[in-house]
Structures are given as structure tokens and as C-alpha cells.
Write a protein of this length. Structure first.
Length: 931
């Protein structure tokens, strides 16, 4: 490309422009669903991993950008820079900050001279001087050691050094080497900045470093004069030579200022101010604070990325890729800003540093030849460390404008904190935010019904699912909370409560007869685990299931079986001998999956257990053994009594397992970050291989109780077949169907009152759900009303005198059931709840039915009259001649009125409440005492 041609006039630029229009139509979440694309957008160098898959760019974009780089001669320009050519055409000089950190033996030419020796001369001088100051061999005017340093400079003579200083302040090695010393930076001409920086400092122990490439910058020179005054006022004018040094390219002006030329640390015009942190600008003050050896490491790091940028092909070249993506975002996609978001407080001053480096360099409206650019160039950089930014400007990034973001995370914290009782370290907490935020931004807001709100695309990728499952807040005591720590605590408390055992006495099933297992089965159950058995159990576990808190899945265990098996067998041996799981191996995560669109309450999430592999292996082994034994215990055909251990022992085993489960710990994953642990007091974890077999054992326990009830004539089951086989219960896992005649006695055995009855149901509840008896019994209606009607009439002859021809829409099938109960001997509760409304009097018996308001029949009220009556079996209608005034509405039928409802209509709820109250009065414990 000829130097006068604008880059935007090239074919490559135009193609990118057209391509940008296509890419803009594609949502990032769709780009991210292409695994091949995403994986090829991850590059690693020297411990730095760049993942640019969340940029709105395709592989084609990258190819086209490379072509643009080619036409812009980017590679040649990089080479020119490293070779010291005058690429700064406006100032006609080299751009050689890479020489500032080049190794001592490197050769980098400028104006035909190798500049590297000059660089190292200054570095050696800095090392020597800083060691003298730090060791106390260079002292101030009054002979005191110089412990504190104030660096005075602005722009590039300030921001880079401040950034590095802030990053080192919390580094353990740097802390050690800086012990007892202070480094401050004075930049602003505002006298407040002066006051702040000299507060608490003693001029006698303070060294001032004036940093100015030109030594003419107004702010720096005024601040320099101010501090010179501060020193000479305190120590006299001659003290300046001992207390002030300079970093500059302008030795003349430094000397004029009164600083000893020997105490000037030079750099060169081929160093741009904003790139000068690796020159004496940064190295001198930082070496005074931390020692040269610490800062030398920083220089080596910078040199390493210089080498990378010089030699690495563009596909894997981190600085080139980032630079090209900036061009793409700004000039093609039209996103003017970039957020720099380090999830590290140590990088607090990184954004201000990059602000200057990038914006002062690229903030141009003209080409290199001075031609005005017809497109946007340069980006607006801003940023704050996460998580502070999240509570500040992220709102706009998430919902307001499209702003490309550079998230920066650090794998290892300089200052790790791991509080006891917390599931993760503080740094992991920070990193969970670091991982969650880019996903949330990239995928945008999606609906919770399985697709994106904007596109309806199904959620397929793991990242999409992560966002789908994201808990954005919860409703607690009627208040919506979003603050991460409060949301986590609320969720933790909610589930802790759910797994707390309510105070009630565990049901006992002593005395109930069960089938037995033989010695052989018993030996099988309690045998030591051998390698083959363990291997088979491991191979039965799904490889790709989500890992629990140990972070290991079965794919890993199978892959490295030959290495892992020894430890695993040792673990199982220990478990066998000690009968307890080693701490931590029985922890689990609860992951929350929304059940509804836009969940608010925690009941609207389904909790899925993610169990540690070690626990799963043990559970799998036990379940495989139980599987072999269970048919013996539950098969009716094998009822022959076998000598040996009682089946009840399996219940004991189940209890032991449950007890062990109660020693386990649970923490809930809230947006990938676990809450602190708690110990569950009840329930089995979903995903536990033992759970189905424990169901079976519990079912057997309930069957045993029903058998006992039948044998003691406490429960009247259904007789089928010619042999009159009586069926009382059928179960499938936690679904139970009781069969029996519709008698109050049967109902009481199954449910009864809360106080005495309901033990069968509650017993099962305890085993299956840990003691909650709020599982409702679904009383089954008889399907079609004809079927029900036939049953009642055939078996019980219908309800005497009640109109059963057709029920009205208002009346439920319960109404019919209740009608029957009314006439049973135990129907007194029902009688008290209903009364007759007399119409023509054709259905109500004058003496026997309680048709008066108090519900008491005339026969009961006036027994003597009844005894002498000639019309004892008469209906009211037949009595009318002798009972004038009773027949009030000849045209109407007699009807039942339900007292529980003010309108007289029947409601199941009111009948249930009445029955409940009535049953509570009776002592029904007798049934269970007998059982
Ligand atoms: O180091 P000096 O010459 O005082 O300049 C300070 C800063 O001022 C600038 O020229 C910007 O005004 C920067 O490039 C430079 O880093």
C-alpha cells in the first residue's frame, strides 16, 4: 500500500466493512455455540491466556483482519520499530521502548548505534544508587537514612510507575523488600496533592525524584519547585543536592534547577513518555522502594512479551490480536469504548495507565501523513477492578450500550484468604464473578423457559445453560434482594431449614414381621471390597456427570484408573474398617435449576445434588450388593422362613446409611459460587445410587405393616380372584396406592388424625422425605360418576332417601361419599354438619330424621310421644294433615343443606375440616398400639 493511500480505501477494508454488517446480525450466543470457533480463539503465552471468543467476531473476521494487517504492512512496521527505524515520522525518531528491557547482550540499533549498552549503563547506575540509599550508605543532609521517596511527575512520568507500584504493594516478596520504606507519587498541580504527599513525611529522611522527560512540563516543574522549597526551608538550600535527584533527557535544565548532574538518570528521545515505565522513569523510584532485583523481574516480563510480539505469527500473537480486535470494534462495529476490568485489586491502576498508553497514542483524527480520517479511530478506555465496577457502571454495560470489555483475571492471589467455615477462598469468590460476568454479557438476557428472549434459540451450550440457571435475586420476606452475599445467605438458610429434622419421634416398626435373608446374602452384604467389584462399580457410573465439590468426574477416574485405583482401594478399606467416610468425601453441592419462567421464590428452583465421586463409589458398591439381596426380601413367592438375619437388619443398614448421609455436608451453588456448608439432618440426596434401593426397603416396611393390619382385622383390603387374595397396597417407588373398602376404620388406618392416626403414611414420609407429613393423600374418586353410583348402590344400597339420580355441577363426587358416611354408624360427624331444608316433605321422615335446626330427631327429643305414635314411619308430607304449617313449599323437593358453607352448598374443604376436627377428638392410637 502506498503511504499516501488511506487504509479505508483498500479492498481489504471494504470487505471487512461488508462483513461487519453480517456479523452484526449474529448474536454472540450464537457465535459461542460454535465450539470450533470458540476453541480456536484461545491463545496462551508465558502463563497468559487470552480468550477472545466472546468478541463479536468470526473466524472469517480474523482472516480478514489478518489481510488488513498485511495490506497495512503491520509485520514490516513491527520489524521497523524493533530495528530502530524512524517510525515516529512526526518527530523523526525511533520508537524503541523495547530496548529499555532488552537483555544485556541484545543488539538494538538506533542511528547506527546499539542502544542496549546505554540502557544497561543507566540500569546499573540505578541499581548502585538505589542500593546505596536502601542500605543507608547514601544519607540526607543531616546524616539520616532516606527512607521515603516522593516521585514528582505527570502523564507517562507518573501513570506507569504508579501502576507497577500499586501492583507490587501486595506482593509478598515486594512487601518484604520494601519494609520500613514509603513511595509516594505527586502528579497534580493542585496543592492538595502536594499536601497529601508530604503529610507525615520528614524532609530529613525524604528523597525527591523529579521525573520529566522534557523537564519543562508546567505541572511537574511547579511541584518540583514546591518540594525544593519544602526541603530548603527545613534543611537549607544546600540540602537539595542530597535530597533531590532527577530522571530526564534534558540534563541542562536539570542542572539549572539545582540538581547535581551526577544524580540525574538519563533516558532518550526514542522513548515515548507514555512507554517510559521501563526506563529510569519507573525503574528508579521503584528500585528505591523495592530493590533493583524485584524490578528487574518486571523488566524481564516486559522483555518476554516483546520477544513474543516480534516473532510470533499473528494467529498466536497476543498484542497483535488485541490490537486488531480494537480496530474491528471501533472502526468496523462502531463501538467507541472499551472497558478494562481487572479482577485484581493489585491491577487497580492498570486502566488509567492503559488509558494514556492507548488514547494518547491512538487518539488521532488524521493518518500518518496528516490526511483526515473518514472513520472513527482510537477507543475510549475506562475501567475499574471487579467487583467494584459491578456495583457501579456495569449496569450500562449489561443493559445500556454495547461496550467491548477486557476482563483480566489472576489465577493465584498475592494475598490468599480462606476463612474457616467458608466453602471457597475469598479469591475464588472473586474469580467466580470474573467467570460469570463475561458470560452474562456475552449471552445477554435469556428467558427461563429454555430460549433467548430475543431469538427463542434453545439453550444448548454449557455457557447458555449457566446463564439460564443464573440466580439474579430472591424474594426474602417480601423483599427482593440482589446483593450477591445476601442472596447466597438467604439461599443457604432456605435449604438449611429444608434439611432440618423437625421435632418428632421417629416411628418404630418393632414387632412387625418381615422376610429374612440368609447367611450367604448377609456375607455378601458385609464383605470387604475387592478390586474387580470396585472397578465394575466405577464403570457403571456415568462418565460425564457433573462433579461434586471434589471436582472429579468419572471420566477422569476411568482414564487414570491404573494410577488412582491404589488410593481408591485404600480409601475403601479405611471406610470398611472405620465405618465412616473420611471428612470431605461426603460433601455435595446443590445446583439450582429454575422450574418456572423468571423465578422469584426459592421454591421455584429444583435442587440437583452434585455428589463427590468417592461417596458415589461407596454408594454404588452398596447398592450393587443390595440389588442382589433385595429380591429375596421382597418376593412373595419366597416367603418360606429362612433362618438367619432378619430383613429388619436391612432397615438398620438403611438407617445407618441415612445417618451417614446426615453427617455429610451440603453447600449450594449460587451462580457457580458455593455457599458455606451445612449438615443436612434428613433426606437422601437425589443422584445417590443407594436411593432406589432404600425406597424398596421402605416399601417393604410399609407392606409389612399393612400385612399386620390385615391379619389383625384392622384393615379391610380388596379381595380378588377366586382364592380371595386380599390386596391392600401397591407401591412404585414413592407412589403408594391403598386398596380397601370405604370404611372409616380403613381410612383411619391409612390417615386418621394427626395425633394418633396416619402413622403408616407418616412412617413412609419419614423414610422417604425425612419426617414431613405434609404430603397430601389423594383420595381417589371412582372415575365416572356412573361407576361410583353403581358401587354405592350395589354394595351399600345407595344412600337412603337421598336423591341420587344426578348430582348437580356444584356437587362434587365427595358429596356422594359423604352421603354414604352420613348413614354409617360412624357418620355422626357428618350429621352434625348437614341439615334438611324442607320442601314438600316427601323425603324426610317426620320422627326419625333430624330435620329441625338442632339436628336432633323428634324421636330422640320426645321418646315417649314417639312410642305411642300411630305414625312412626311417616314422611313429613304424610304428616301434614296433623302438622299444619310444616309444609312450606309444596313445589320444592326436600334438599340437604351443608352447614359448613354459608350458601348451603357443599365444599370438600369444609367437610375435610369438619372430619379432621371430629377425628382429632377421638383416641385413635388404639389401632397403632395394636399394630
Ligand atoms: O515527562 P514529561 O516531559 O514531563 O511529560 C509528561 C507527560 O506529558 C505528555 O507529554 C502529555 O502531555 C506525556 O506524553 C508525558 O508522559
Amino acid at each position: 500500500m502506498a503511504s499516501s493511500t488511506l487504509i479505508c480505501d483498500t479492498q481489504q477494508w471494504k470487505e471487512l466493512k461488508a462483513h461487519a454488517e453480517d456479523v452484526e446480525k449474529t448474536h454472540l450466543r450464537d457465535l459461542l455455540s460454535d465450539d470450533e470457533r470458540s476453541q480456536s480463539m484461545v491463545v496462551e503465552f508465558d502463563g497468559i491466556l487470552l480468550d477472545y471468543s466472546r468478541q463479536q467476531a468470526t473466524l472469517e473476521t480474523r482472516e480478514k483482519l489478518f489481510k488488513l494487517a498485511e495490506v497495512a504492512s503491520l509485520k514490516q512496521k513491527i520489524n521497523q520499530m524493533y530495528n530502530g527505524e524512524y517510525i515516529n515520522s512526526t518527530e523523526n525518531r525511533s520508537v524503541l521502548h523495547v530496548a529499555l528491557r532488552a537483555p544485556r547482550d541484545a543488539v538494538i540499533q538506533s542511528d547506527g548505534n546499539n542502544v542496549v549498552p546505554d540502557v544497561w549503563n543507566v540500569l546499573d547506575k540505578i541499581q548502585e544508587f538505589s542500593e546505596r540509599v536502601r542500605s543507608g550508605s547514601w544519607v540526607g543532609a543531616t546524616g539520616k537514612e532516606l527512607k521515603d521517596v516522593v516521585a514528582v511527575g505527570i502523564g507517562g512520568s507518573f501513570l506507569g510507575p504508579l501502576f507497577v507500584h500499586t501492583a507490587l504493594q501486595t506482593d509478598p516478596e515486594a512487601i518484604e523488600s520494601a519494609r520500613g520504606r514509603q513511595l509516594r507519587f505527586l502528579a497534580n498541580v493542585d496543592p492538595i496533592d502536594v499536601a497529601r504527599n508530604i503529610t507525615g513525611l520528614n524532609p530529613e529522611t525524604t528523597l525527591v525524584v523529579i521525573v520529566s522527560k522534557t523537564f519543562t512540563t508546567a505541572e511537574t516543574m511547579l511541584n518540583a519547585r514546591t518540594l525544593r522549597e519544602w526541603i530548603s526551608n527545613a534543611l537549607g538550600p544546600l540540602a537539595v543536592a542530597k535530597h533531590m535527584v532527577a530522571v530526564s533527557t534534558n540534563l541542562t535544565l536539570v542542572e539549572e534547577f539545582g540538581i547535581d548532574p551526577n544524580n540525574v538518570f538519563a533516558f532518550w528521545d526514542w522513548v515515548g513518555g507514555r512507554y517510559s515505565v521501563c526506563s529510569a522513569v519507573g525503574v528508579l523510584p521503584l528500585s528505591l522502594q523495592y530493590g533493583f532485583s524485584v524490578i528487574e523481574k518486571f523488566l524481564k516480563g516486559a522483555s518476554s512479551i516483546d520477544q513474543h510480539m516480534y516473532s510470533e505469527p499473528f494467529e498466536r500473537n497476543l498484542p497483535v490480536l488485541l490490537g486488531m480486535l480494537s480496530v474491528w470494534n471501533v472502526s468496523f462495529l462502531g463501538y467507541p469504548a472499551r472497558a478494562i476490568l481487572p479482577y485484581s485489586q493489585a491491577l487497580e491502576k492498570f486502566a488509567p495507565h492503559i488509558q494514556q498508553v492507548s488514547m494518547e497514542s491512538n487518539g488521532k483524527g488524521v493518518s500518518i501523513d496528516g490526511v483526515p480520517l473518514p472513520f472513527e479511530a482510537g477507543e475510549i478506555d475506562f475501567g475499574e477492578p471487579g467487583t467494584n465496577g459491578q456495583h457501579s457502571f456495569y449496569q450500562l454495560i449489561h443493559q445500556g450500550r454495547v461496550i467491548p470489555c477486557d476482563f483480566i483475571g489472576v489465577v493465584k492471589s498475592q494475598q490468599p484468604v480462606y476463612l474457616s467455615g467458608e466453602v471457597v477462598s475469598n479469591h475464588d469468590e472473586l474469580m467466580s464473578n470474573f467467570f460469570a460476568q463475561p458470560d452474562a454479557l456475552a449471552y445477554g438476557k435469556v428467558s427461563l423457559c429454555g430460549g433467548s428472549w430475543s431469538t427463542g434459540v434453545p439453550l444448548e451450550s454449557p455457557q447458555q445453560r449457566t446463564l439460564f440457571n443464573m440466580v439474579r435475586g430472591v424474594l426474602a420476606d417480601g423483599c427482593w434482594i440482589e446483593e450477591a452475599s445476601k442472596v447466597k445467605e438467604e439461599i443457604r438458610q432456605f435449604f438449611k431449614r429444608r434439611f432440618e429434622e423437625s421435632e418428632w419421634e421417629r416411628p418404630r416398626i418393632d414387632g412387625v414381621r418381615f422376610q429374612s435373608i440368609g447367611q450367604q446374602d448377609n456375607d455378601l452384604l458385609v464383605a470387604r471390597f475387592d478390586e474387580k467389584e470396585v472397578r465394575d462399580a466405577v464403570w457403571e457410573c456415568g462418565s460425564a456427570k457433573s462433579p461434586g465439590p471434589d471436582g472429579i468426574n468419572f471420566k477422569f477416574i476411568k482414564e487414570f484408573w491404573d494410577v488412582i485405583k491404589y488410593d481408591l482401594l485404600r480409601f475403601l478399606d479405611e471406610f470398611y474398617v472405620n465405618e465412616v467416610y473420611p471428612k470431605g468425601s461426603n460433601a455435595s453441592f446443590l445446583a439450582l435449576i429454575p422450574k418456572v419462567l423468571d423465578p422469584h421464590s426459592l421454591n421455584e428452583y429444583r435442587s440437583i445434588s452434585l455428589i463427590c465421586c468417592m461417596y458415589k463409589i461407596v454408594a454404588k458398591l452398596l447398592s450393587r450388593r443390595l440389588k442382589k439381596v433385595l429380591p429375596t426380601m421382597i418376593d412373595e413367592c419366597q416367603t418360606a422362613f429362612i433362618e438367619g438375619r432378619h430383613m429388619l437388619h436391612s432397615v438398620v443398614i438403611a438407617n445407618e446409611v441415612i445417618e451417614e448421609a446426615k453427617r455429610s455436608s451440603i453447600s449450594i451453588l449460587v451462580n457457580g459460587s458455593p455457599t458455606t456448608e451445612f449438615t443436612p439432618q434428613r433426606v437422601l440426596r437425589q443422584g445417590d445410587p443407594l436411593a432406589p434401593f432404600l425406597f424398596n426397603i421402605v416399601v417393604e416396611g410399609l407392606v409389612g405393616l399393612m400385612r399386620e393390619a390385615q391379619e389383625k382385622n384392622l384393615f379391610d383390603g380388596f379381595k380378588v380372584d377366586r382364592n380371595n387374595v386380599e390386596i391392600s397396597i401397591l407401591q412404585f417407588a414413592d407412589d403408594t396406592v391403598f386398596f380397601g373398602s370405604a370404611s372409616m376404620a380403613n381410612v383411619r388406618v391409612i390417615k386418621g388424625s394427626e395425633k394418633g392416626g396416619g402413622r403408616l403414611v407418616r412412617l413412609q414420609c419419614w423414610f422417604l422425605w425425612g419426617g414431613h407429613s405434609d404430603q397430601k393423600i389423594a383420595w381417589m374418586n371412582w372415575g365416572s360418576e356412573n361407576c361410583g353410583h353403581k358401587c354405592w348402590t350395589q354394595k351399600y344400597g345407595g344412600w337412603r332417601n337421598l336423591d341420587v339420580t344426578r348430582r348437580t355441577n356444584k356437587e362434587s363426587l365427595w358429596w356422594w361419599d359423604l352421603s354414604f358416611i352420613y348413614n354409617s354408624t360412624e357418620g355422626s360427624w357428618f350429621k352434625s354438619g348437614s341439615k334438611w331444608k324442607i320442601g314438600c316433605g316427601s323425603k324426610v321422615m317426620f320422627w326419625e330424621d333430624g330435620w329441625k335446626d338442632d339436628g336432633i330427631s323428634l324421636m330422640e327429643k320426645y321418646p315417649r310421644l314417639y312410642n305411642i305414635s300411630q305414625q312412626q314411619n311417616q314422611y313429613i308430607q304424610q304428616m301434614r294433615t296433623t302438622s299444619e304449617g310444616l309444609i312450606v313449599q309444596m313445589q320444592r323437593q326436600d334438599v340437604w343443606r351443608w352447614k359448613g358453607d354459608s350458601g348451603g352448598g357443599h365444599a370438600v374443604g369444609s367437610a375435610y375440616r369438619l372430619l379432621d376436627r371430629h377425628s382429632a377428638d377421638k383416641n385413635q392410637d388404639a389401632v397403632f398400639t395394636t399394630l
